[in-house]
Structures are given as C-alpha cells and as structure tokens.
Design a protein around this ligand. Structure first.
Ligand code: ATP
Length: 753
C-alpha cells in the first residue's frame, strides 16, 4: 500500500481523474450539440409537416433519442448553475472478491463500469465513476453512472465489514470541471500495490467545511444508513426521525430526487410537494434538488400552501394555538353555513300571478337544508330549486300538480328570483368568512362552547388585525383551506351573468330588505392582471381560490411542528399520495402532541409505514452539541439524543449580556467574524430583536439577526444565542425551541445570558 498524502502522488492521481472528467464533459458537449440539432430538426418537422417518411421502428427510436437528449440538455442547464462536480465518485471493484464473498453480492447491480484505464492490473478489476447523471460514450459504454442507479449503490453501502467487492471508494472534489481534491476510503485491510490511497476521508472533509446561506447536497458522502432511507420503497408512509443535525432534511431531499429517478412517469406527472416551516427554510434548501438535476419539485412554506396567500406573519402563541386546534372546526363550519352578513332576510314577489312572501326563518331553513348536501359555491341552482319548493308550499295550495309545475317553471325563469339569488346566495370566498369572524359576538354564537371564553376576543381581534393590515397569518392559511373545503371553489362568474338588465334589477333591492350590497367578486380579482393592491381588503382577497392541487408524493419536514389544522390542510393535497415525513419530537413547538398525532394519522390513512431512525449528528461540533443536549435532557428526559461525530476542541463561549446588550452582542459577533468564514446568526428572543438589529450590518452580509422559531431547519458556521431563558419563556414550545436555537451552529457558539 502506498503512503498517504505525498504531494506528487496526489497530483498524479488528480491528473488521472481529470482525464476522465474531461472525457465525460466532451461526451456531454457532443450530447448537447446533438440535442440542439435534434431540437432544430423537430422544430423544422413541426413547421413543414411530416415531409420525410420515417418507418415506425425508426420513428420510435428517434423519439426515444429526442426525449433522452432533451432531458440531458435540460439537466445540463441545472448543472451549469452550480459548481460542484458532475463526476464525484469512483469505485474500484474486484469481481473475484465479490464472487468469493457470501455477504457482499446484494445491490451490486452487475458489471456496469469499465476496465481500469490507469494501468491497474487484473482481469477482474472494474472502475465505476459515479455522478449526478449518467453519461455514456458513442458505443453506449457508461462513462458515469447516475448516483441513483442500482450499480451506484455500492458507492454508498460498501463498508470495510461488507465491502461488496469494493477495494477503494474515492470521492472527487471539483470546482466546475476541474478536479481539486481526492478523498479515499479503503474497504479492504491492504490495498493492492497499484491502488494509491490519498486524503483523510470524504465525510470529515465535508463536515468541516464552512456553511454559506444555502444547504448543499451530500451526494458524494451519503452514509450507508442514510442511503437505506433514500432508496426505500416509494409506497406508503416513510418516517424519518432523529435528533438535530442528523441529516433528516438532506436525506429526505435526496429521497425526492431518487423517487423521480426510479419512477419518473409517476412522480414527475403526479408531482412532489415539499412542505417546510418557513420561507427562510425553503430559501435555504431550494438549491439542493436542482444541484441533483431535479427541478420539478414544488417547495412550499406553511404560509404559502395556497396559491393566492403568501404570508410569514405569526400570531401570538395563544391565538396560534386556538387556530391550530381542531376545536376551531365547529366555529368554521357554523360560519360557513351561516347567513352571509348583509344579505336579504325576506323575499317578496309576484310569481305566476301569485304573491309569494318568504321570511328569515324560511330562508334559513332552505339554506341549512341545501348546505347539508352541497358546497355553497356550487349549490346556487339547488338553492333556487329548494326555495321554489318552499315558495309553493307557502302558498298553501294542495293537490294541483299542474299549477305547481307552472309555478316552478315560472320560478326558474323569473327575473326577480334570479336577482334575489344573486344577493341572497353570493359566491363566498373562504377568506371573507374569516373576516366576518372579526366580530366576537359571531365567534361566540358559532363556536357553541368549543372555545374557551378567554380565547374568543383574542381570536376575533386577530381577524380584525388581518383586516386592518391586509395580511393573513400563517395559521390563517389552514383555516382558509378548511373553509374552502366546506364552501367549495369560488366559481368564476360567467361574463353573461352580469348583463345590463341584472344590474338594473340589482339597483332596487330595498324591496328584499337589502340595505347594502357589496360586490363579492371585486373588480381587481376579476381582471386577473398583476395589480399593486393598496387597500387592505383587496390585498387579503387577491386571487381566486380554486381546488387544492393533489400530489403523487408529499414530503413534510419539521413535521413535529404542524398543528392539527395544518395536517388537515396538507392531507387534502396528499389524499392519493405516498409520503415522506421528517421530524424530531424534542424540537416540537406545537404543544398538544396527541391532537396533532390524531390529525396526522387521519392524513396518512391506512397506508403501510416504514421507519428510519438517524442517530449521528453531522452538523454540530461535539462540544456544541453536548452543551445543547445537556440543556434539553434536563427537561425532556426522553429526547432523542444523537451522537455528534466531529470534535474540534473548541467549547461554546458563555458570556453576559449586561446592561448594554447591543455592545455585548457586537463584541461576540466581531470575534466570530474573525474565527469562521461562513454565515453567522444572532438568535434572539423578540424582546431584544429591535435593539440588536444593527448587528446585521457587520460582516458584509454574513451576519443575520433572527428569531429562534425561524431558525428551524437552518444552520450556520457560528451562532450567538441571546438570553436563552427568555427564549424558553416566550416560546410556546419552551425549552424545545431553545434546543433548536442551540443546535444551529456547525463550528462555534457563543451563549449570552
Ligand atoms: N452524509 C453526509 N455527508 C455530509 N454532510 C452531511 C451528511 N449527512 C448530513 N450532513 C450535513 O449535516 C447537516 C445537518 O443536516 P440536516 O439539516 O439535514 O439535519 P436535520 O436532521 O434535518 O437537522 P434538524 O432537525 O436540526 O433541522 C447538513 O449540513 C448536512 O449537509
């Protein structure tokens, strides 16, 4: 075996790998040119009709190639945007060893690479390169194998105890198309003489690097137990649990890429939805899938699940708790079924020569009866029919079938009836229902004892705040979705319905007891044009809420934080989906675990489960994680505590905030800016947030001042955790939220008490 890290040897090895990487890029260039010409040719054919007769078989082959080339080109655009190498791994396999082993045969996927080109010996030896996508040469020989292909699995699964025929696993580090480093792991006790071993191991190199503002993929260093979760069956519910920093998020994202590879037809057309806690989180992870060549996954924060509402605003914890609990559902149900404020309480007209008079009680009865069977927004015709029946009954005529039919026929076409229906049964936007609930009396009446007295006024006040500020809160989004499922999608008013005569009719509504008419579909929403809305009400009601999109796979991260109402919202999008669910109970901010579990079970249905538990912390230096674990263990004795693998010898620094918090934090940040190269977060409770904001100006964009809840799922090179006691006090999740804050730093942490 050769000696480690001799510069000449490393340079020689890099040159060998560079030669192969160059060849791959040449091939990819050729494929790009072919793709362009195929695209141009396809365009010419579609423009001039099918002038060239192509035999069926040839046509099919051409189509296949078109698709392949197009796909390669599409992926290449994704790859161009990031600098990590296309080829990142190499396996040196000994097939004789593989045959001799009794345990190592699974998952090898057969011979799929090529003979060593670098002078290494042996008939049984094979070299396989692993990359972000598969590339073949003109003879269809694989130059690189897609990391998700079965033939690549040994790259992730081989270990010294189960080498799967692998002698050496090599990770190539590249910048653009240039190989800049090599990290080898030997799978056998002694490497054959021709196999040089360099580097200190790829994982440690990856973990010690500095953290920027975006999560990076881990395709070159996926660990065996992570690979099992990534490649697990696409069916049913896959649960990934584990403590902080154990790679749950990054593993789940690689799983999404794997699912697309393994069943592209199903998952690309059916769609994959990834839901995370906040906009900061989706911005943090948004590069991972494109860097793996996948762009078709939809990322949504909990405040962005509906197409027309985008919000980051959080309610005060107590209000968020009321809104998140299913105890609010009776209120939403009653409000959605109730009388639309401002609509008529009486109907009077002459129909078929007979005077009809219906009172509030009659109208309420018809409304309840229709809404027992229909969604309000699609039940206009049913309501008009039911009202006609009641109108007939109210006349007290019995046994005259012909007269009844004549009456109902007239009823159907009557202009007064039509005009009445327009105002009595308007299309109801689910968001308007919430605005009605700004009235505490209405909340009290409709909630029928399911809400506590002290919950009612703060809840109503939160809807009034929405109306004043023109912003919904994150918890409101699930309520809007719930009401939407009850009232049904708002039907776009067909243009002819707003004919001239109707406008005239609508003008004289006082005879129906209507005092004020508000157009339910506002002009701004009707036009569909991008408008800058300044009126708070217009802002709240912008866009039209349609039916929820459904997906083939739903991935929920930080699942422990979803409220029961949020589970219901996500469940509506995954009724026929398989799921990947990622979470850690010890980091939960939602206080009522059992209610959330019930809602989550309902969303999953009876699908089969598979569970994967991650127990190695790859994020935090051991010293930092020990500090955090100590804090959480005291109050959450059953917390799922992982093992941190990386020691730095640098303990967290404890200091005092003192009377001048800004100076103390500024000093801490200034010191950290010297010590780390990447991102730094000042994690502060809201009490200090405004005062500490100026610290963000230090360090040219490297420093962020952020609240503890918003750091969910994120990580930094270093953190300053401000006033941990206050973080615990102000967060609904208490010490669990402090635990989140204390586990965000990879390399250094300062805690100011
Ligand atoms: N196999 C690996 N190779 C390199 N880095 C890894 C590996 N697994 C995890 N990591 C890194 O560990 C860090 C933590 O990963 P991730 O954010 O996915 O953890 P998590 O379990 O979701 O954490 P939390 O629950 O605290 O949000 C990331 O920087 C990730 O890239």
């Amino acid at each position: 075996m050769s000696t480690k890290n001799i510069p000449d040897e490393l340079a020689r090895e890099i040159a060998v790998e560079q030669a192969h990487v160059d060849r791959v890029h040449e091939e990819l260039e050729k494929a790009g040119v072919r793709a362009d010409s195929v695209q141009a040719e396809g365009l010419a054919r579609s423009q001039f009709g099918r002038q060239v007769e192509v035999g069926d078989a040839e046509g099919a082959a051409l189509f296949e190639r078109d698709a392949l080339m197009f796909h390669a080109a599409k992926r290449r655009t994704a790859l161009d945007t990031q600098y990590e190498g296309l080829v990142f791994g190499r396996l040196d396999i000994d097939h004789a060893m593989l045959r001799a082993s009794t345990t190592g045969s699974n998952g090898d996927g057969g011979r799929d690479g090529h003979r060593p080109a670098d002078g290494s010996s042996g008939e049984d030896r094979e070299v396989r390169y692993i990359g972000r996508l598969g590339v073949r040469d003109d003879d269809y020989e694989p130059l690189v194998i897609d990391w998700r292909a079965p033939a690549a699995s040994a790259f992730y699964r081989a270990t010294p105890t189960q080498p799967m025929g692998v002698l050496r696993r090599r990770v190539l580090r590249s910048r653009g198309t240039t190989v800049i480093g090599i990290e080898d792991d030997l799978m056998v006790p002694e490497a054959p003489d021709d196999l040089v071993v360099v580097g200190d191991g790829a994982l440690m190199a990856a973990l010690t690097r500095s953290r920027g503002g975006r999560m990076r993929d881990i395709v070159a260093t996926i660990q065996a137990h992570q690979d099992e979760a990534i490649r697990a069956s696409a069916r049913g519910i896959t649960e990934i649990t584990g403590g902080p920093g154990t790679g749950k998020t990054v593993v789940a994202l690689h799983r999404a890429a794997y699912l697309l590879y393994s069943d592209r037809r199903r998952f690309e057309s059916g769609g994959i939805l990834v839901v995370g806690p906040s906009g900061a989180y989706t911005a943090y992870i948004e590069r991972v899938l494109p860097s793996l060549g996948e762009e078709s996954v939809i990322l949504r924060a909990l405040g962005d699940v509906l197409d027309v509402v985008h919000t980051e605003r959080l309610d005060p914890p107590a209000v968020a708790r009321t809104k998140g609990s299913t105890r609010i559902r009776p209120l939403l149900g009653a409000a959605s079924r109730g009388r639309v404020p401002g609509t008529p309480t009486e109907f009077r007209a002459m129909v078929a020569g007979r005077p009809v008079r219906l009172e509030a009680r009659d109208l309420d009865r018809v409304r309840s009866q229709v809404l027992r069977q229909h969604q309000r927004n699609t039940a206009t015709a049913a309501a008009q029919d039911a009202l006609g029946e009641l109108a007939w009954t109210s006349l007290g005529i019995t046994g005259d079938r012909e007269a009844k039919e004549e009456f109902l026929d007239k009823w159907e076409d009557h202009l007064d009836v039509e005009a009445f229906m327009q105002v009595w049964w308007p299309q109801v936007d689910p968001r308007e229902v919430l605005l009605w609930l700004g009235d505490p009396e209405l909340v009290r009446r409709h909630s029928r004892g399911t809400l506590r007295d002290e919950e009612i006024e703060p809840l109503a006040a939160s809807f009034r705040l929405a109306a004043e500020t023109g912003t919904w809160s994150v918890a409101d989004v699930a309520l809007i979705d719930d009401i939407s499922a009850r009232v049904g999608p708002v039907q776009e008013a067909p243009k002819e319905e707003r004919g001239f005569y109707e406008i005239e009719e609508l003008e004289d509504l006082s005879q129906y007891g209507v005092t004020e008419v508000q157009p339910v579909v506002s002009a701004a929403r009707d036009a569909g044009a991008p408008l800058v809305l300044t009126d708070p009400r217009d802002k709240l009601l912008a866009g039209r809420i349609g039916k929820p999109d459904e997906y083939a796979h739903v991935l929920v991260d930080e699942a422990q934080d979803l409220s029961p109402m949020q589970w219901r919202m996500i469940g509506r999008r995954g009724r026929y989906a398989s799921w990947t669910v990622v979470g850690d109970a010890a980091q939960a901010s939602w206080p009522d675990a059992s209610e959330a579990t019930a809602a989550r079970e309902e969303a999953f249905g009876s699908q089969a489960r598979q569970q994967f538990h991650m127990d190695t912390n790859y994020r935090n230096a051991r010293e930092i994680f020990d500090y955090a674990a100590e804090v959480v263990r005291r109050q959450v004795p059953d917390a799922d505590i992982p093992q941190a693998v990386r020691e730095t010898g640098i303990e967290p620094v404890e200091g005092r905030l003192g009377p001048d918090a800004l100076t103390a934090v500024r000093e801490a940040v200034t010191a950290l800016l010297e010590q780390v190269e990447g991102a730094i977060a000042v994690i502060t409770p809201s009490t200090h947030a405004a005062r500490l904001a100026p610290v963000a100006e230090l360090g040219e964009g490297r420093v962020q001042v952020i609240d503890p809840m918003s750091t969910k799922g994120l990580e930094y090179d270093a953190t300053v955790v401000v006033d941990p006691d206050e973080i615990t006090r102000e967060s609904p999740g208490g010490v669990r939220v402090l635990y989140v804050a204390l586990t965000r730093a990879a390399h250094r942490m300062t805690v100011l008490t």
